[in-house]
Ligand binder design. Structure first.
Ligand code: CAA
Length: 285
């Protein structure tokens, strides 16, 4: 079944989507990278090129690998190009309505036997699958950011996901050289169920004046050996994404311990979304 996947479609050319396209192309899959605006696809391709070049410079891949990977990626501003894919992975904004709309537009174009996956970081796979026309060929394939660097991929089955789909997704991740962790379909799955409350707590620590941004991040970097402090990581993930995940945990698990910190809400309301807007807990301007 793994060999059955040779062409991978990626919906969304943002930080997760271009990373998924990057690692898929590098592993030898043909890739169709789709986004609603041509400009976004162009930007996604430029990011892939830049990140492949980084890997060439650090000796992880050769210049030939870079060129071959880039040649495997087709930019597709039109959704129709996804019709030739064996597996299509949705990596759009972490918003259920946006994802539902995408599935409604994409499903009629897909081959009947094609698999559809979502890179959602927290939303129910069963519920998203029900918005598609193929719940048995629908699965959660959750990559971590930055995709070319992070070793883990969570696989999440919806209630209707078939064994063949699960095995094919597992084999796809193995071909990327990444490691699978299988999670049940609960809010936030495993990584974000654990990671986001930690980040949210760090924001509470700031909100309550227990420590400054620098002190909190230094404490966790040097005191717990985290590669990034929690506030730096929140900016890296995107504060809007952090808030969406906390809301899914809060509503889905109905426990006040997941209440999003009011300071996180305020930052998102201000449009301070972290690195992508040049302002979050840190100022990147
Ligand atoms: N593409 C390719 N290579 C990249 C890259 C990218 N986007 N970003 C970093 N790298 C490479 C660098 O080139 C460098 O490679 P070499 O070791 O070969 O030289 C290596 O990664 C380390 O990068 P840097 O030296 O630039 O910086 P660093 O040592 O500070 O590492 C980091 C950067 C890898 C991001 C590290 O800080 C880290 O691991 N941070 C934590 C990331 C994390 O927790 N991610 C999970 C987020 S949660 C999530 O994704 C789930 C969700 O749904 C929200």
């Amino acid at each position: 079944m793994a060999e059955a996947i040779s062409k991978v479609g990626v919906i969304g050319a943002g930080q997760m989507g271009n990373g998924i396209a990057h690692v898929s192309a590098l592993a030898g899959f043909d890739v169709v990278l789709h986004d609603i605006a041509e400009e976004r696809v162009r930007k996604g391709l430029a990011t892939i090129d830049g990140n492949l070049s980084r890997q060439v410079h650090s000796g992880r891949i050769t210049e030939e690998d870079r060129k071959a990977a880039l040649a495997r990626v087709t930019a597709a501003p039109s959704v129709d190009a996804l019709g030739s894919c064996d597996l299509v992975i949705e990596a759009a904004t972490e918003d259920e309505q946006v994802k539902r709309k995408i599935f409604a537009g994409v499903c009629p174009v897909l081959r009947p036997d094609a698999m559809l996956a979502t890179n959602t970081s927290s939303i129910s796979i069963t519920r998203l699958a029900s918005a598609s026309d193929r719940p048995e060929r629908f699965i959660g394939i959750h990559f971590m950011n930055p995709v070319p660097v992070m070793q883990l991929v969570e696989l999440i089955r919806g209630i209707a996901t078939g064994d063949e789909t699960f095995e094919a997704a597992k084999a796809y991740v193995a071909r990327l050289g990444k490691t699978v962790a299988v999670a049940e379909d609960f809010p936030g799955f495993m990584v974000n169920r654990i990671l986001l409350p930690m980040i949210n707590e760090a924001i509470y620590v700031l909100y309550e004046g227990v420590g400054s941004v620098d002190a909190i991040d230094t404490a966790m970097k040097l005191g717990a050996n985290h590669p990034m402090g929690p506030l730096q990581l929140a900016d890296f993930i995107g504060l809007d994404t952090c808030l969406s995940i906390m809301q899914v945990l809060y509503e889905g698990l109905a426990d006040s311990k997941y209440r999003p910190c009011p300071l996180l809400v305020k930052y998102v309301e201000a449009g301070w979304l972290g690195r992508k807007t040049n302002r979050g807990f840190y100022d990147y301007r």
